[in-house]
Design a protein around this ligand. Structure first.
Ligand code: MLC
Ligand code: AMP
Length: 491
């Protein structure tokens, strides 16, 4: 069963119902029935075929949240073309890596973002494509796509610093979507306010799939804007919301009477992608009258573990394994740890990806006994609740976006005068963590020049907040940098 079979209950079964509303930053508004979503994606699917794409080809997308993103995702689902979403904050160096690796036939983008793409890329601009679509047929283009066919390649930073493409199949997304709809009791009565970027699995794998699998109504915003967030809740009156912890921290600024009113209409707030501090959970419950449901996932596995909808949503934990998912915690030797002890979390289930694109060795290393090695450390209570206890590898999560220190360190070492570099994550009350760079320099450090150079090479969320000059990096006898011994940084 491919994803269209799952989505048909909405795309065909609710064709005349209002399904989607999109609002961009300029205030433009698009309202579509499920039937219109079906037809728009069918036309685009025909256009892909006419332009020579067939099942298994890759097509990259470099777009913010807008209706064309959804059209493109569905057109790929219907034709078997593999979608390669790219973060719109990525700059040319980061994009070049993904395009070189995934080798897409083209990149679909907007007129505004097109100049960011490396020269020589086959670029399709949505504003230009739109004119051609009117001539395409409204009907479904090709036959069914098999469940084990790849649906998307989602890039995620590996410990090596360069990102790897996680190949996710139709079955992976299907298992994830149906599991979440069931466990979080999402129905066609829900109203889902979507603010997360569709280029990551939180917005795409959870948001879009829960919307289409349940047939609820979705309002899609171009992005989350904390200055207008409360007004969006008041205007749309959602019942369902997915966010990263930074978003919940931002929502704590809402005026109490407005927050209570918003809370009265809401059914469920879900948080994930980064740790939700227990204090934020408590403050949010006090303000909005809702206990946020925290869950845990990864690009490679989609969602794994979730606090229950009914039952205790336990602060600091990510809850219990979702249906069909096995979790285990092992020590350095691969043996299961005793209950309550910390070890590496392994996951097995229909949600787990098939491997990294064109990286057999990395894929081999990522699996053991059929389990995916998440790299996250965890412990489990006797009643089955999992708590994440950090990561085996270096990873900074800032506002829900991942930053691998190694990528920044390699880039810093390429700069003239930089002899050694270490990047660490420092606690930040809003973003969770922010990166800070420690540098051993040959020359005087001119932070302005360094910042200007890095700005061209890095997505904005990866830019170090501080650059600190040190005489040497603390190292172990074996030469490994001891990051915890670096001097503290204050903004
Ligand atoms: C943030 N920015 C964006 C953006 N989000 N730009 C374009 N599109 C977006 N979607 C940029 C801003 O322009 C700004 O850049 C900077 O980020 C901070 O913006 P802000 O307005 O101060 O935002 P803030 O209130 O702090 O909120 C940021 C945020 C964002 C929470 C909206 O970090 C975000 O969308 N995070 C979600 C990431 C996500 O979906 N992760 C899931 C990965 S999947 P500048 O240049 O001014 O600094 C995964 C698996 C799992 O992890 O378990 O889910
Ligand atoms: P990504 O590589 O973007 O898919 O990010 C996946 C990582 O995000 C996981 O390996 C975790 O380290 C982290 N993560 C996701 N959800 C949570 C959560 N609820 N609490 C803590 N960390 C999380």
């Amino acid at each position: 069963m491919g994803l269209t079979d799952l989505f048909d209950a909405s795309l065909l079964g609710r064709a005349n119902q209002a399904g989607l509303e999109c609002l961009d930053n300029a205030g433009n508004h698009t309202a579509l029935t499920f039937g219109a979503v079906e037809v728009r994606s069918n036309r685009l699917a025909h256009l892909l075929i006419r332009r020579g794409l067939t099942a298994g080809d890759r097509l990259a997308v470099y777009l913010p949240n807008r209706p064309e993103f959804i059209d493109l995702f569905l057109a790929c689902v219907k034709t078997g073309v593999i979608l390669v979403p790219m973060n719109v904050l990525y700059r040319e160096r980061e994009i070049r890596h993904i395009l070189g690796d995934a080798e897409p036939k083209a990149v679909v983008t907007s007129a505004l973002l097109a100049p960011e793409l490396p020269s020589g890329t086959d670029v399709w601009v949505v504003e230009a494509i739109r004119r051609e679509l009117d001539g395409e047929p409204d009907s479904r283009p090709v036959g069914p796509v098999a469940g084990d066919a790849p649906a998307a390649i989602c890039y995620t930073s590996g410990t090596t610093g360069t990102s790897k493409g996680a190949v996710l199949t139709h079955d992976n997304f299907l298992a994830n979507g149906t599991g979440l709809v069931t466990c979080w009791q999402i129905t066609s009565e829900d109203r889902y306010l979507a603010v997360l970027p569709l280029f990551h699995v939180h917005g795409l794998g959870n948001g879009i799939h829960c919307w289409l699998a349940s047939g609820c109504h979705m309002r899609l915003l171009e992005r989350f804007d904390h200055s207008t967030a409360a007004a969006q809740f008041e205007d749309y009156r959602p019942t369902l919301f997915f966010g990263v912890p930074t978003i919940y921290v931002r929502l704590l600024d809402t005026e109490p009477t407005r927050a209570q009113q918003i809370g009265r209409r809401m059914r469920l707030f879900v948080s994930g992608s980064a740790p939700l501090p227990a204090q934020v959970l408590a403050d949010f419950a006090g303000l909005f009258g809702h206990r946020i449901l925290e869950r845990y996932g990864m690009t490679e596995t989609l969602m794994n573990i979730s606090n229950p909808y009914h039952g205790e949503r336990r602060a600091g934990t990510v809850g219990l394994p979702l249906p069909g998912i096995s979790a285990r915690i092992v020590d350095e030797t691969g043996s299961l740890v005793a209950t309550g002890e910390t070890g590496e979390l392994h996951i097995r289930g229909p949600n787990v990806f098939t491997g990294y694109w064109k990286r057999a060795e990395a894929t081999n290393l990522a699996f053991v006994d059929g389990f995916f090695r998440t790299g996250d450390l965890a412990e489990c209570t006797p009643d089955g609740y999992y708590t994440l206890k950090g990561r085996r590898s270096d990873l900074i999560i800032s506002g829900g976006f991942n930053i691998y220190p190694r990528e920044l360190e390699e880039l810093l070492l390429d700069q003239p005068g930089v002899r050694e570099a270490a990047v660490v994550g420092v606690h930040d009350p809003v973003r969770g963590e922010v990166p800070v760079a420690y540098l051993v320099m040959d020359e005087e450090l001119d932070v302005r020049i360094l910042r200007a150079v890095l700005k061209k090479e890095l997505a904005s969320f990866k830019m170090p907040r501080g650059f600190i000059r040190v005489d040497s990096l603390p190292r172990t006898a074996l030469g490994k940098v001891q990051k915890h011994l670096l001097p503290p940084w204050a903004p």
